[in-house]
Each structure stands twice: as structure tokens, then as C-alpha cells.
Design a protein around this ligand. Structure first.
Ligand code: ARG
Length: 738
């Protein structure tokens, strides 16, 4: 409703009947506005296409543009500057020539694989001031959203009353149809995603660019300053950024890597503001949040706290210790495993924090209250939901006995690269057994050889063997005996029975790694033929892997699938009910790796009674944390010197401080990493890179007192780019606003 409607009502005083009609309309419209106003500004990952619904509130908080400025298919808009980066992060265009900003931890895998011990960009940082100096990143791609469309009716019609596996089969079929219709000339990637647990479906059309090159990265000492100690914590001083450039063909269209490609010209790029922000200023984040579980039931919380989370943490504790021990002794291995280590550590700490906060904030009780309220409503409104919670309870009861096995199978058993390689023989086995044609078999053999080469290249033998021993020992000790694969008794303990469990598995690992042909080029090549393939299947690591794999797949995987299928139906009913119950109010769908928008403000907080956290940090704190020689808190002499001399150039605030990071109450999660933080004028003020400890349960329940987004300030990034890396030409390319 707008002001002009109001004036029509009040200048029509002479006709009572019309007046009453207008007053009625006004009332309805007002109720509409009240109902349409979300209860909370900060909570919510909104769909950009539908942002008109939230618009009034965004304006009230400080957004100065229009809804069309955010999402439009008719003109360039903010959405055109935001990409899904490498499938798991977000990045944004910050120049007219395809310059891309994201987090350091998002570019980490690329930076580390471009590094060698002699030429270590991870350690020393990197900058390319000319296009020639940029480094190609094979395998890296970015995805631009062209448009999205509600296809719920069509998808629901296709799915009908299908259950379980058939739901995904039919979704795949309808997705294929939509791909055909919307992907003329193969120019786009067409995806269909479920929202509100299958209550709505949207089609997303993307353009995918695959020529993406590294342009700049700070030294790891800054890009990962504070390491795992500071990870998921505020106050923070990490300069978590890296920069890439997107290349296209001469028509600005996606093209495979080629020297002749030219920088991509985005429809929109974000101007960079160096003015900084104050507590309470408007802030908006657009990006690709991966997954949240905001509608998880109390049963789910119980399962997370007691089974799922502690199991993952326990397995990862061990994986990390095993990796660390070898990495600390061998610099080349340290580099080779840096990226895997960082990602395992990231979610290891995540699950520790989530469990702690689920308990501290009493989220299970909160969910029980929400469920009671839902039950009261559904009693009146929709009787078909009356078994919902007993059914949830039953589904979780069916899942519980197998959670450990499930996690040990994928996280533990599946983590050594040799095991992964051994498992890769199963596809070929099926082809040979089904007497597939020779061409197919040759092709599968070639692909097995390729997989083998890349697994072996990325592997450290000693580390992999240690992991194999440790993971199998844990599996043996923690997974219920009744569910064990037969190989433990028929082989492992038969061969190596003395000296205790640890020694048994060490000896077994040693036997496997010395005996297997999979690690021996000559022996492998001899066996990797259709004729000799049966012998390869007799290899000790293949028989081992198949035994554990078959045990899981034949006897247990169905239990997990049943639970998943049941959960899908229950979640659909629950969220469908909630949509009905909340009709007229705004309700956001869980994150699902599609583009979302969150708006709120810069905001300080109180982590606990009597303690206040400021909304920003400065380079002074960098020096307070600085610890020479430490793995996580060391800094190069050049950086220490710049800070000590307070050589902050144009990047200091009016108090002469170099602001490093700030926090806002925006609603983000994993996948948002690298997302632009945007002020009321549509300018880029920093890159989101983390969440905070006191709200680690945030993916399940948003607590507005504690939930904050941690942002690396634009000025810190520009200072590092300029003063530390000497990347002035890159700054000149951006649209800087002072
Ligand atoms: N917690 C950050 C996120 O998930 C990642 C930080 C990476 N740093 C690390 N020390 N592992 O976005």
C-alpha cells in the first residue's frame, strides 16, 4: 500500500457508502501489511526474485534502491554481480573487467594446488598486476544466475503420489524436460530445486564460466590468521579474501580456457566503498547459502546432540591428528594436504560448537514448544497431520541404530585414498559380470587408470596408511559388533592377532599397503586388462574394501534410505502445514545452495552476562594476537613493520585505525563464504567469511541475541592488496567510492 491510496480515501468524504467500502479496504490492506511484515529483519534467507514482499522493511532499515535494483530480468541488477563460486562458495564481480572477489578459504584449494614448496603462494601470497601473470585454475568454474521461475505445479504433477526413490527419479525426468525447453543451443545450465521440503519447486537458469584465473591472494598468515583457534569466533582479524578473474569468448559468452579469451564484462559490478560502517548501519548479503535445518524437529536435535555430532567429531579428531603428525614432519605433505586438512578441521569445530550451543540455548525445548503450538493448530485445521510427530519419532527410532555405522562408513572407512581407489573397481566389476561390450569396458578401464593416477598423485603413502590403520581400528571399536563386516574376523584378526587392537590394525595396514598391486605401476598395468581383471579383484585391498562395502550396502544402507524417504514426506507435511498456518506472513525456505538475500544491520553483541563485543576490530588487535613462530598467529616482518609504522594509507578511519573485520546480524551459513556485504547504496563494504561461536546452533535455530555474520572490512582487503601485495593496478580497475 502506498500514500496515494490513502489520499483517495480521505478526499471522498461525501458518500458514506463509498467511505465504508474504502475504510473496509483500508482495514484489509492494513491487516495485509501487518501480516506481511516479517517478525524479524535479521533472520531469513530470502529469495531475491520475491524480495518485493520484504521491501518496506528493507527501506526502513536503510536500503535506498528499488526491488528491481536487486533482482530483475529486464535490466542489470545486483544479482548479476553475484556468482556461485566453485560450487561451495560465493563471489562477486568488483570490476567491469571480470575481477572477482571471494574468501581466501574459498580459493584455498586452488591457491595451494598452484603452489610448490619452492614457489609457495599459499605462504607468501600472490598478485598479478598484468593479465599475463594471472594463473589458470583448471576445474574451477563460476555460475551466474540468469533467471528463476516457479515450476511447482508442473513438478508436483509429475511427482504425484510417488514415494522414496521414485520422487527423485521423477524430479530428474521433469528437470530433463525443462532443460530441453530452456536450454536452447546448450547455452545454459538448468536446475530445478525443492524449497520448503518439496512444497515448492523453482527452476534456476545459469550461465557457467569455466575460464577463471587467480589474480591475488594474501599470505596465509593473513588470509587464515588465527587458524583453527580463531575459526568460528569473534573478535577476529583474518583477512580472508582472494581474487580471481573470469574470462569469456569474444561475445562475452562462456568458453573453455584459451589464451585468446578476454576478460568477461559483467552486466553489473559492485562499487567499493571505503567509508566504512557504524553500529546500526544497514547491511545486506547476497549469496549461495548451502544448507540450513531451521524446521528440524526436537527429534532431530536429540539425534544431533547424542549421535550424529559426537560421532563426526570423534572421527575427525582422529583424522586430523593422523594428518597433522605427518604434515608437521614433511613440508611437501603439509602443502599437499593443506586444503583437505582445513576443510576437515572447519566442520570438526563446527559440530563441536553446534552441540555446545544447542545445549546452552536449550534448542530442543524451544522446538518442543513450537511443536506443541503446531499440534494445537493442526488439531483444529488439518487432522491429516495428527500422526506427524509420532511418525517423526518412529523414523528417528529406525535411524538411530545405524547412525554410527553410516558415519564411520563414509567419514572413516572412506577417507584413505587407497580405499577410494579400491572401491572404484566395483563399476568395472559390474560391467564385466554383465558381459558389457568391449568398448564400454575399455572406457571404464581408462577412467579407472585416470582416477588411480590422480589419487596417487594427491596421496602421501605414509599418511594414507596411518589413516587406514586408525580408521579401521575406530570402526572396529565403535560400530556395534553385530554390524561388523566379516573381514575383521575372517582376515584381520586371523592374520594379526597379537599385541592388542592397535597393533593388529597397524600390522594389517602394513600388510595391505605392501601387498597391494594398486600402488605398484607395473603390477597394476599388468592386471588392469579385461582378461586379468579377476586377479585384480583378488587384491587384498580390493577384497577388503568390497567386504566392508557389501556389508554396508547389502545389510544397512536401506535403513538410512528408509529414514531419508520418510523424513522427506514428514518434512513436506510439516513445512506444508507451517506454510498454511503462517498464511499471509513471510516464511523463508531453508537454504538449498540457491541465491538468497539477507538484510539487517551492523550490530555489536553481548556473548554472555557482563561481556560486550564491539562491532569491529582493528590492526591493533592483529598485533595483540601476533605470536612469532606460531603456526596460526605468526606474521611476516613486512606486515608487522607496516602496522607498527601505522602505514595505513587511505584506508584508515577518522580515528586513524585500520578496521580489520566487523559483524552484522545478517542470516548466513556455509556457502555464503565470500558473499558481498552491501550498504544501503548498493556498494560493497566487505566479504562475509564466518559465523560466531555463541550462535553455532544457528543453522538449526536463529537466535537474534547472538547470531552474527563476520565480515572482512573492504578497507582491510584494499590495504593488504595495496600495501602488502603491491597490487595498486587492481585497485585502479575497481570503482572506488571514498
Ligand atoms: N568457518 C569458515 C566457514 O565455514 C571457514 C574458515 C576457514 N578457516 C579455517 N581455519 N579452517 O566459512
Amino acid at each position: 500500500m502506498n500514500n496515494s491510496t490513502l489520499s483517495i480515501i480521505f478526499v471522498s468524504p461525501d458518500c458514506d457508502r463509498i467511505k465504508i467500502i474504502f475504510m473496509k479496504r483500508l482495514l484489509i490492506a492494513l491487516i495485509g501489511v501487518i501480516l506481511l511484515t516479517p517478525a524479524k529483519a535479521d533472520e531469513g534467507m530470502w529469495i531475491p526474485m520475491l524480495i518485493g514482499q520484504n521491501f518496506q522493511q528493507m527501506q526502513k532499515l536503510g536500503w535506498q534502491g528499488t526491488a528491481e535494483d536487486i533482482y530483475s530480468v529486464n535490466k542489470s541488477s545486483l544479482k548479476d554481480a553475484i556468482v556461485h563460486f566453485g560450487g561451495g562458495c560465493t563471489a562477486e564481480m568488483i570490476s567491469a573487467d571480470g575481477l572477482l572477489m571471494t574468501n581466501h578459504h574459498c580459493g584455498y584449494g586452488n591457491i595451494s594446488s598452484l603452489s610448490t614448496v619452492e614457489n609457495n603462494y599459499l605462504m607468501n601470497g600472490f598478485v598479478a598486476n598484468t593479465k599475463d601473470a594471472e594463473l589458470a585454475c583448471p576445474g574451477l568454474s563460476v555460475k551466474f544466475l540468469v533467471r528463476m521461475e516457479d515450476v511447482t505445479k508442473r513438478v508436483r504433477k509429475k511427482i504425484g503420489d510417488a514415494y522414496g526413490k521414485d520422487v527423485s527419479t521423477r524430479l530428474r525426468e521433469v528437470t530433463k524436460e525443462l532443460q530441453k525447453e530452456n536450454n536452447k543451443n546448450d547455452a545454459y545450465k538448468v536446475d530445478v530445486r525443492s524449497y520448503y521440503a518439496g512444497n515448492k519447486y523453482y527452476m534456476l537458469i545459469y550461465e557457467v564460466y569455466t575460464d577463471v584465473r587467480l589474480v591475488a591472494a594474501p599470505p596465509e598468515s593473513l588470509g587464515k590468521f588465527g587458524g583453527d583457534t580463531d575459526n568460528w569466533m569473534w573478535p577476529r582479524h583474518t583477512c580472508d579474501f582472494s581474487m580471481f578473474r573470469v574470462y569469456s569468448d569474444n561475445n562475452n559468452r562462456p568458453a573453455k580456457y584459451s589464451k585468446n579469451n578476454r576478460p568477461y564484462h559483467p552486466k553489473h559490478h559492485l562499487p567499493v566503498s571505503l567509508k566504512g560502517v557504524e553500529d546500526g548501519d544497514f547491511s545486506m548479503i547476497m549469496g549461495y547459502p548451502g544448507r540450513t535445518n531451521r524446521y528440524l524437529t526436537s527429534h532431530g536435535i536429540e539425534s544431533s546432540i547424542n549421535d550424529y555430532n559426537p560421532t563426526i567429531v570423534k572421527i575427525r579428531d582422529k583424522r586430523l591428528a593422523v594428518m597433522r603428525e605427518v604434515m608437521d614432519r614433511k613440508p611437501a605433505v603439509d602443502l599437499k594436504y593443506a586444503s583437505t586438512y582445513a576443510s576437515v578441521a572447519n566442520y570438526w569445530k563446527y559440530f563441536i560448537g553446534q552441540t555446545e550451543q544447542l545445549k546452552r540455548l536449550k534448542i530442543e525445548d524451544q522446538k518442543i514448544n513450537e511443536e506443541e503450538e503446531f499440534k494445537r493448530w493442526s488439531k483444529k485445521e488439518a487432522r491429516y497431520l495428527k500422526n506427524l510427530f509420532p511418525d517423526y519419532s518412529a523414523a528417528y527410532a529406525g535411524y538411530k541404530p545405524y547412525v554410527k555405522h553410516y558415519l564411520y562408513f563414509y567419514e572413516g572407512f572412506g577417507s584413505p585414498k587407497l580405499t577410494q581407489l579400491a572401491l572404484r573397481t566395483s563399476g568395472l566389476k559390474k560391467l564385466i559380470e554383465s558381459k558389457a561390450d568391449a568398448g564400454k569396458i575399455t572406457k571404464a578401464l581408462e577412467s579407472l587408470k585416470k582416477t588411480r593416477a590422480s589419487l596417487i598423485e594427491s596421496m602421501d603413502l605414509e599418511l594414507d596408511q596411518n589413516l587406514f590403520a586408525a580408521m579401521n581400528q575406530m570402526f572396529y571399536e565403535d560400530v556395534p559388533r553385530a554390524q561388523h563386516p566379516s573381514i575383521f574376523s575372517s582376515e584381520v584378526f586371523k592374520r594379526f592377532s597379537t599385541g592388542g587392537t592397535e597393533k593388529t590394525f597397524k600390522d594389517y595396514a602394513n600388510y595391505i599397503y605392501t601387498k597391494t598391486a594398486l600402488l605398484d605401476d607395473e603390477a597394476f598395468d599388468k592386471l588392469a586388462t579385461p582378461e586379468k581383471f579377476n586377479e585384480l579383484l583378488e587384491d587384498p585391498v580390493v577384497t577388503y574394501a568390497m567386504n566392508v562395502n557389501d556389508n554396508w550396502r547389502k545389510n544397512y544402507i536401506e535403513n538410512i534410505r528408509d529414514y531419508r524417504y520418510e523424513r522427506f514426506e514428514l518434512d513436506r507435511a510439516y513445512q506444508g502445514g507451517l506454510l498454511e498456518k503462517n498464511q499471509g506472513k513471510l516464511m523463508y525456505p531453508d537454504a538449498n545452495s540457491t541465491m538468497r538475500l539477507s538484510y539487517g544491520t551492523v550490530k555489536s553483541y553481548q556473548p554472555k552476562d557482563g561481556v560486550s563485543f564491539s562491532h569491529y576490530t582493528t590492526a591493533d588487535g592483529l598485533m595483540e594476537k601476533y605470536k612469532p613462530g606460531d603456526k596460526e598467529f605468526d606474521l611476516q616482518a613486512k606486515i608487522v613493520d607496516l602496522v607498527r609504522r601505522r602505514d595505513f594509507g587511505d584506508y584508515a578511519n577518522e580515528k586513524g585505525e585500520l578496521v580489520t573485520c566487523f559483524i552484522s546480524n545478517n542470516d548466513i551459513t556455509g556457502g555464503n563464504s565470500g558473499s558481498p556485504v552491501i550498504n544501503g547504496k548498493g556498494e560493497w563494504i566487505g566479504a562475509a567469511f564466518d559465523g560466531n561461536w555463541e550462535a553455532m546452533s544457528g543453522d538449526i535455530a536463529f537466535d537474534k541475541r547472538f547470531k552474527r555474520t563476520i565480515v572482512v572490512d573492504a578497507r582491510y582487503i584494499m590495504w593488504v592488496l595495496d600495501k602488502v601485495l603491491g597490487g595498486r593496478p587492481l585497485l585502479d580497475e575497481m570503482t572506488i567510492r571514498n
